[in-house]
Design a protein around this ligand. Structure first.
Ligand SMILES: *Cc1c(COP(=O)(O)O)cnc(C)c1O
Length: 315
């Protein structure tokens, strides 16, 4: 087998991976090509970050992520062999510890195994893995400094009666992949997804916020993933005395906002400078977004005592 066809060739350095109850070297964490999840997208996952603090690495909102992973599993109807919320927390902490990382991205995954390939996964085992790796700014330092450039996707967010959009599920991500890929191929940083009626939903993996006349408007939509970063930013803004009003948005409301920014565990808080070739506000990273980014990172790195309960220290 030539090297370029080695399916285990690591593009990601995950070191030791939690795999069904054991920590194993990355090259041993392998699955069958007949894995149900690989054929039908029947997996659920989380994206979590651990930040370096002066007391070592701390996982940001660990329990909230572990709980959401189990909620996603419940939405898919996964029943057998599910870890408990405590077991998920412990596996994540053990994996970070085993790799001795100061900070990292954390990817837990639950998926149906290879016991059968019928569409009905009832007989299939649910497997559980946790991988960690180093991951810097998701959209690049330039997108943060200058503000990201977005384009409305030709792909719509799936309606709630088509896909379970509250689940962070592998299958749902075909929609995100198509939208993000299209935006990147057109030269933009990220896609803006609308719903079937044309209302603003979210980015391919980020929730959106608008700022107008000093009021913060988290974009509300029934098909959006309930983001943990979104919740954190709302609480940080409220602690700053900012008025927060969740509301639906149309794309023209984004065009005329003072600022638009997007948030997610991977993207953290990223300002948006341009949408559909129109400058947003001053067409640069907005001051409100940058302040929220600073507040968010201060909370995540343990510099803001008021939000210490969001951190779980690894050791
Ligand atoms: C993960 C995700 C987000 C962001 O959620 P966080 O909990 O903030 O990381 C937003 N939208 C979609 C579609 C996602 O999958």
């Amino acid at each position: 087998m030539s090297e370029s066809h080695d399916p285990t060739a690591p593009g990601i350095d995950a070191g030791r991976i939690w795999f069904d109850g054991r920590l194993v070297p990355q090259e041993q964490a392998q699955v069958s090509v007949l894995t149900h999840a690989m054929h039908y997208g029947t997996s659920v996952f989380e994206g979590i970050r651990a930040y370096a603090t002066d007391r070592g690495p701390a996982v940001f909102r660990l329990r909230d992520h572990s709980r959401r992973l189990l909620e996603s599993a419940r939405i898919l109807g996964m029943r057998n062999d599910l870890p408990s919320v405590e077991e998920i927390d412990d596996a994540i902490l053990a994996t970070i510890r085993a790799n001795d990382r100061a900070s990292c991205y954390v990817r837990p995954l639950l998926w149906y195994g290879a016991e059968s390939l019928g569409v009905n996964p009832g007989r299939n085992r649910v497997h559980f893995m946790v991988a960690t790796w180093s991951w810097g700014t998701y959209l690049g330092d330039e997108a943060v400094a200058k503000g990201a450039r977005l384009i409305t996707s030709s792909w719509r967010r799936s309606p709630a009666d088509v896909m379970p959009t509250k689940a962070k599920a592998g299958g749902n991500y075909v929609n995100s992949v198509l939208a993000n890929q299209e935006a990147r191929e057109l030269g933009y940083d990220e896609a803006l997804l609308l719903d079937a009626q044309g209302f603003v939903a979210e980015g391919s993996g980020e929730n959106l916020f608008l700022v107008r006349d000093g009021v913060l408007y988290p974009v509300a939509h029934s098909v959006n993933l309930r983001g943990i970063t979104r919740d954190s930013v709302i609480r940080l803004a409220e602690a700053d005395g900012v008025t927060v009003r969740e509301s639906m948005a149309t794309r023209d409301e984004l065009y005329t906002a003072d600022e638009v920014f997007m948030v997610g565990t991977a993207a953290e808080v990223t300002p948006i400078a341009e949408i559909d070739r129109r400058p947003i506000g001053a067409g640069a990273a907005g001051p409100f977004a940058m302040r929220m980014r600073e507040r968010y990172l201060a909370a995540a790195t343990g510099e803001d005592e008021r939000f210490a309960a969001w951190l779980t220290f690894v050791s």
